[in-house]
Structures are given as C-alpha cells and as structure tokens.
Design a protein around this ligand. Structure first.
Ligand code: GCB
Length: 898
C-alpha cells in the first residue's frame, strides 16, 4: 500500500477542500453526529438534563440496544423506551439558518428534545426523518446545546410491523447528521431531497427529464428565485442545463417544474451497464445571484415493462429478474451496521450473478439503493405491513405516511422499479373463530390495500405496484386482493413448510392459468440451510445444506423454464435474526445463501454457477468430513463430492490421481470420492472454450474403521449423534459428528429404543426447541429414546467416554411459528415425566439414579465424562437400566487417551 506521511496527507486534504470550495459554494452544512452519545435504558426527564441519572453509557451510532439479547437463551428481547443524549456545539453562523437533525432511521417511535423542549417526533422504524431544531437552540452558550432523544421499540398496534419473522431491534440504528440550510431551501421535512426526477420520454435516440422541486414555504423572501438544473454525465461533463425564474408573486406556491427536453442518444442504464448521470438542482436569489441551496440526485435513462406472458423487459430487452431479498442485520452487530456493510451486501448479490433485490420487508438505508444504482441491480422496496393489520385509523394513517416517506425518499433511484406495501397479510388471519367478523377483517385489509395502491399510482405512475402473498392462493383470491396490485408476488415454500418441491411449478402454472393477465414474480422461496449440518440423504426439514441445495435447484429450474414468471428472489441473501425462532440455530432464520456474517454457503455458489456468464467452478465447502471405511481393509470411505459449476462436465483429481469425470446437471457435478484418513487433496478441472478452469480444496477426513479391532492404534475418536441421519460439523474445532446406526458387529451402534420425534415439530426427527447452555444445539436436539445399550467395538486401550444428554420432553410451551403452515405435526403438547436410569460401562456403574432433567434442567444441554478401559477384544458395552420412564441418550463420544 502506498503510505504517505501524515503531514502530506493533511496537506493534500486541505488542497482538495480548497479546490472543492472553489467550485461549489457550500450552501448547506452537514455534520455527522454519530459519535459520543450517552445512552440509558432507564427513565429520564428531558427537562432535567442538568441532572441526568448516572447509569449512562457512551455509545456511537449506528446503535441498537438489542445487539446481544436477541441471541441469548432467554426468550424475548428488550422492547421499551430508551434514551440517548448528546451535547452539541452550534456555530453562530446558524443563527439565520434553518437547522435540522436528520435521522436515517430509528426504531420505532422517536421523540427529539432540544434543551429540554420537544422539537419533534417520528413514527416508524424504517424511514428517514428530519426534525427542525433552530428555534430551540441556545446561541448564548452555543457549545451547550443538549439533544435528548427517546426511542421506543415496544409493540404498538397502530404501527407496522405488528408481527414478523425478523427482529424489531430498538435504537438509533442508522446515521444522524446536523444540517443547516439557508431559509430558502429544498424541502427536506419528509426526509427526502425535495427534488423529484422522472424521465417522461426515454428511448435510445431521445430522452426528456422532468425535475419537480419543492421548496420550504418561506414567506419573508423579497426577491425572485432562479432555479437551475444541470445534468452531468459520468465523466463530469454537463450535458443539459435548464434555468427558470420564479417570480416573487409565485413564491407561495413553492413548487417548481422544469422540463429538460431533447437529450439526444442518452447513455442508457441497464443491469449490465449501469450508467449514471447526476442532476444538480440549485436555487439562487435571482437578483443578487447568491446560491441559496443545491441538491444532487442520481439519474438513469431506462424504461421497462412487465408482460404477464413474456416476462420483464428493460429497454425493450428481455431480462429474467433473479436475485434475493435482504434483511439489514449482521452477526454481532444487530441492525446497527456501518455504511460499508450495506454496500458489501449489494456487491455480494452482484457477484452471485443477481440482477434483482427485494428490499424486504421494509425500506433500508439510502446506501442500499445507491449501490443498486451503481452496480446495476434492479429493485423493489416495501413498507413493513407484514402478516396482519390493525383495523384502526392510526394503523391506516401510519401506513400511509410510511408509504409516502418511502416513496419520497427513494423516488430518484433508477434501480427501483416496484413499490410494495403488504407481505403475507393473510398469513394468520385474525378472528379464526368468527367467520363473519373475519370477512369484515378481510374487507378492511382490501380497503387498506386499495388506499395504499391509490397513493402509489397517484404519486408515481412510472413504476409498478406489488403485494407479496403466501401460498394460500384461495385466501387472497377470495379476499379480493389479487386484483389490486399491478404485480403479484408469491412467497412459495412447497417442499419446505409443506408439500413437495414438485408442487412449486404446479402452483405457478395454476396461477398463470387463472390470471393470465397478471404479471407475477416469486418474491420468496428457500429452505433452512445450517452450514454445520450436512447430509448424504437429505430430507425435508433436516436443515442440511444438501437439502437446501436440491431445493434451490428444483426451484430455479422451474422459474427459468417459465417465461411468464417475471423474476424470482431467493429468501434470503443472508441469514438474519428472528428472535422468536428456535430450531437448529436458535434465533436465526438460516435460509440465507450467505451466513449471518456473509460466508458463502454452497447455495450461494450454486447461484454463481447458474447465473454468472464467466466460467465458474467451486468445490462444495463440506471440507470436514467423517465416515465409516468401505471395507475391512479400513483404507477409504467413499462419499459424494459436489462441485458447483457452469461447465458442462468436471474432471476430479484426488491427491494428483485422476478419479474420473462427472457431467454437470443444473449447476452441480457430483462424483464419488474415496477419502482416506487425514488430508485429501482435491482438484477439479473443467474446460470452457478450450481453456482450463479449476478449483482446489483440502478435505480433512476422519475415517472410522470398518473393523475397529483391526484398526488398532490409528483409531482415535468417535463422535456420534443419536436419532438422526445427518452430520454435524462443530464450527470452531471442526470436529465432525456422524449419525448413529443400529449396532453392527465390529463397529458401533445403539441397541434398542427409537429416535425421538417432537410432537409439534415439522422435523423428520428430533426437537426444534432451543437447547439452553450450548451453541451446538443439533447435537442435543436428537436422541434415542428407550435405549437399552450402546456398543462400541473399539480396540484395547484407555478412553474418555462422554455421554451427552438433553431432556427434550418438557412442559414449556412454544408458540408455533406462523410460517409452519400446512402439515406440521400437532399431536398435542409434550408432558414432562420423570425419567431415571442407571448407566453402566463394561459392567461398572458410571451414572447412578440419573435424572437428566433434574441434573441439567429441561431443554438444556449437559454431559457426563468418564474414563473407561477396554481390556479385551469385546469393546465397550454401555448399558442403560431404566428405573423410571425410558432411558435416553443424545450423543456419545469416545476418544483415545494416550
Ligand atoms: C415468509 C416471510 C418471511 C419469512 C420466511 C421464512 O414467508 O415472508 O418473512 O422469514 O417466510 O423463512 O419462513
């Protein structure tokens, strides 16, 4: 890296600043206010600023108070009113200015006080807002202006979202800045720039631009105003200028429209060539020529349409919209992300080959759409009316205002083509026991939908409207919702929450047949994908990467072959927090193609293989494996290895020896590889247009002897989970846990009992409950119930034996996930019962009167470690003797002691 001495850097910065000042008069000042805030969860009187409570911590914005409590073992997270305060110094030059505090977002009810007086408030956690504060500032002691902000994220029936599968983190979780403007300036009161840009005419040959500017009402101004809009190209050349005069007597109207016509041969914006212009709009005192205010907005020349039969067209060219939805949080940070993280996500979407983003389920920071503009990612954005509504004027009005703020703030992004306003609003309809009342509820939802739809069509006739519905097609049809939006979005999970993957294509065909004129897109589809869980025989709800990969293959294929499906978005770009979820990764919805800290899963690589046009080849990241040797010679264990690629076929090389070639099917080439104990060097090679592409990986394999006695010294350890068919890779140690088998002579296995199957779960086996006191929930979520013995025919020696337990049967109830729609098993609640047993290892009692629940608690992980000796060729025999109820075992480990 080129490192310049600090003094030189400062000099360069100073010169740059001078140059900037020379060419752009600074008419607004904007100061970041992210640092040195004081924060408390305690009560606080904003009037009593001089004497605040003592328990304040210093924080920087973006900040959320739920960063940690959304992943702990205690249900719920802090949802209440909290306080921020900060002392700011204001410049005396602000005296004749308008001064604002600009919040990019705070969740979800905010009240701003300046020097003890309420300056303004905002409702809704996902749009920006601007509070005028100049009238409350103290210029006598300019360095002592106290800002206090209360933010409340508690449930409010009048504020969307009411319920959702994501976490409503509280806090000032986006940037805040202090803005000063001249009295005459573009209106930023709704958090927008005050300038709205459209392209009434656009073709490759000619375009026109309409600039609508809104000024704040300022009656005291005595002169004419001059407006100048300049369009700059990407090279910084001005390509068009329009200036107009607003006479004094028109000042009260405060709206100006400028038409810039006849822009010949505009450089078009597209996903492959996202060419951006900028429109700088300035307002001058026409008499004195003084520049009063200016704002800058992006401009892209593009046109588009959705055709219900043929799909989406951008600049008259067909484009299949494929991408992902995105939530705005990140491991360890909650939703309080520095700007760079948002842009990084957009780059990851682009690098995946995605050309479409669903900003779900709420508007996100300005940087998201700005990055989409730059990178060529088309987008839809929506307000958070999710799952349900409240039939109140408050809810309606708040939703309308959220919609208006969202539209104004995001209006000028060429990447944005759709406004959305409801997601799965019939998911869990209220009044299930009163069908008459429920019809009224449905009618009220339709009424709200129509109100929001009308606002969008009136405010922005240039874009489409969309509602995202869940797979209960008839409900939406009967409620009259399908007719309302211009585009129908379907969130479909056939083969996940219910049914089989093959039902997905059938659903699409049925809808298209019934509504041939309604363009549709798949706004969600996905399957849980826990990167620690792998499976050689994936089954629905096993949470393995392998099931998810197969799921995405079927879905993407079905989407690609149907031209009437205008586009589809995988749910989700990355894992995200959903505090109320439990399952294998408590509090995380892991349908992401990337992990919560943005590590690519095989599913992400699969999209790269399917979507990228450049050659792509990548070995599956299942790089830590274990398995039983194929035969008594104990040499190798053969397992399938997948490669994600867009080449037609792939050659596999193991430790420099050619293994064979596999044809690629739907982006995946698979070959059986004989893995030896230890490190296996893998190379995969593909030829595209005569050129070779390859990928290398090291697979670390823990070979378990086919014949344990014969293995002798090299047998080291065994990590087995009972009652499951999956593998588990512990993420830190990389230790691999294999699934159990019925006891086989010479090997190991359980004798007696059966796998535990939870009562209200959808899982094929095991429990979907959060297991306390462990990060490795999957090890404890499955179990053999009623086990009689466990045998391991290990060779002679001394070992450490660890028996893992968790009492999965408990009285603790859990509300079923709203998304567990159709065929979840519900065979009544679990009832805790006493379970006591003894455990003997080779005849010696190692656990006496053992009661798992008593020892560790319910749904809590625990283990017992004992040293055992194997003195003969009969291996280890662990007996479970019931005293009360059925004995259980969740997992077992045996490791050699040297
Ligand atoms: C949905 C919801 C989304 C959930 C998703 C899931 O249908 O729209 O918010 O996160 O399903 O993973 O269940």
């Amino acid at each position: 890296m080129n490192k310049k001495p600090l003094c030189l850097q400062l000099f360069i910065t100073a010169v740059l600043l001078l140059l900037c000042n020379a060419s752009f008069a600074q008419v607004r000042t904007e100061t970041g206010l992210n640092q040195y805030w004081k924060f408390t969860k305690g009560a606080f009187e904003p009037g009593g600023i001089a004497n605040p409570a003592s328990n304040w911590e210093t924080v920087s914005l973006p900040h959320t108070w739920n960063k940690d409590d959304v992943t702990d073992d205690i249900p719920d997270y802090y949802r209440a009113l909290c306080w921020y305060r900060k002392t700011i110094a204001v410049s005396s030059s602000f005296k004749n200015k308008n001064v604002y505090l600009y919040f990019e977002g705070a969740n979800q009810q905010t009240v701003v006080y300046v020097n003890g007086k309420k300056a303004g408030s905002h409702i809704g956690g996902y749009t920006a807002f601007c509070i005028q504060i100049d009238q409350y500032l103290n210029f006598d002691e300019p360095e002592k202006n106290e800002i206090a902000v209360s933010v409340d994220n508690s449930f409010n029936p009048d504020i969307a979202p009411l319920t959702a599968d994501f976490t409503f983190y509280g806090g000032i979780y986006r940037n805040v800045k202090l803005v000063s403007t001249n009295k005459v300036h573009f209106d930023m009161s709704d958090g927008a720039s005050g300038v709205y840009i459209t392209t009434p005419q656009v073709s490759a040959a000619m375009a026109s631009v309409k600039v609508s500017a809104k000024l704040v009402k300022y009656v005291g101004f005595k002169n004419k105003l001059k407006f100048v809009s300049t369009i700059w190209d990407a090279d910084g050349k001005s390509i068009a200028v329009k200036s107009s005069i607003l006479p004094k007597d028109k000042l009260a109207e405060n709206d100006v429209i400028q038409d810039i016509t006849a822009i010949a041969n505009p450089h078009l914006w597209s996903t492959n060539d996202p060419y951006l212009y900028r429109v700088i709009t300035q307002v001058y005192n026409a008499d004195t020529k003084e520049l009063l205010d200016e704002v800058s907005n992006p401009l892209g020349f593009r046109w588009f349409k959705f055709d219900a039969a043929k799909g989406f067209f951008l600049n008259d060219k067909p484009v299949k919209l494929i991408g992902a939805s995105r939530h705005q949080d990140f491991a360890g940070l909650g939703n309080a992300l520095p700007d760079g993280y948002h842009e990084a996500d957009m780059k990851l979407l682009k690098a995946m080959g995605g050309n479409f983003l669903r900003i779900a389920h709420y508007p996100q920071v300005p940087e998201v759409l700005a990055a989409c503009d730059r990178l060529g990612i088309l987008a839809t954005v929506e307000i958070p009316v999710v799952n349900a509504i409240t039939e109140s004027d408050g809810f309606t009005n708040n939703s309308k205002r959220m919609l208006e703020e969202m539209m104004h703030q995001n209006f000028n992004h060429p990447a944005l083509i759709i406004w959305g306003y409801m997601n799965e609003v019939l998911l869990r309809p209220k009044f299930a026991d009163d069908k008459v009342r429920q019809q009224i509820y449905f009618a009220n939802i339709a009424k709200l939908a129509q109100t929001l739809e009308d606002i969008i069509r009136k405010t922005d006739p240039g874009r489409y409207t969309m509602m995202a519905c869940h797979g209960d097609y008839n409900r939406y049809k009967q409620a009259g919702l399908i007719q309302i939006p211009m585009l129908l979005g379907w969130n479909l999970y056939q083969g996940w929450y219910g049914g089989v993957v093959g039902d997905f294509g059938k659903f699409l065909d049925k809808f298209h047949q019934d509504f041939p004129d309604k363009p549709m897109m798949v706004t969600e589809y996905g399957a849980d994908a826990d990167p620690r869980i792998r499976s050689a025989k994936p089954i629905r709800f096993d949470k393995s990467i392998d099931y998810a990969l197969g799921f995405h293959q079927v879905y993407l294929d079905a989407i690609k072959i149907r031209p009437f499906v205008v586009g589809a978005m995988a749910w989700n770009l990355a894992d995200f927090n959903s505090e109320t979820r439990e399952e294998t990764m408590p509090h995380i919805n892991n349908k992401g193609l990337l992990t919560w800290n943005r590590e690519p899963k095989d599913t992400y690589r699969y999209y790269q293989a399917e979507l990228l046009t450049k050659p792509f080849i990548k070995i599956s990241n299942w790089l830590n494996r274990a398995g039983i040797a194929d035969s008594a010679n104990n040499k190798v264990c053969t397992q399938a290895l997948t490669v994600l690629t867009n080449a037609l076929s792939v050659e596999f090389v193991l430790n420099n020896q050619k293994l064979g070639e596999a044809k690629t099917v739907n982006g995946v080439a698979t070959l059986n590889v004989p893995f030896a104990n230890g490190i296996n060097q893998i190379q995969v090679v593909a030829k595209v247009n005569g050129q070779q592409y390859w990928d290398n990986a090291e697979v670390s394999f823990n070979l378990i002897p086919f014949n344990m006695q014969a293995a002798g010294a090299w047998f080291q350890d065994l990590n087995i989970m009972l009652g499951t068919t999956r593998y588990y890779i512990e993420p830190v140690s990389k230790q691999v846990w294999i699934s159990d088998q019925a006891y086989k002579k010479g090997q190991f296995g359980a004798i007696g009992g059966k796998p535990y199957i939870g009562k209200n779960a959808r899982l094929p086996y095991g429990s979907d409950r959060n297991i306390r006191s462990t990060e490795n929930d999957p090890i404890y979520q499955t179990q053999q119930t009623g086990i009689k013995a466990y045998k391991i025919d290990a060779p002679k020696g001394s070992y450490e034996l660890t028996l893992h337990f968790a009492e999965l049967v408990s009285d603790e109830k859990k509300e079923a996930l709203a998304y567990n729609l159709s065929d979840g098993r519900n065979t009544g609640d679990e009832k805790a019962q006493d379970r006591i047993f003894d455990v003997l290892a080779n005849g010696l009692v190692v656990l006496k009167d053992f009661n798992v629940a008593k020892k560790f608690g319910y749904l809590t992980a625990g283990y017992e470690k004992v040293k055992v000796w194997i003195n003969d060729n009969n291996g280890l025999n662990i007996e479970f003797r019931p005293i009360k109820g059925e004995p259980i075992l969740n997992a077992i480990q045996l490791s050699k002691v040297e």
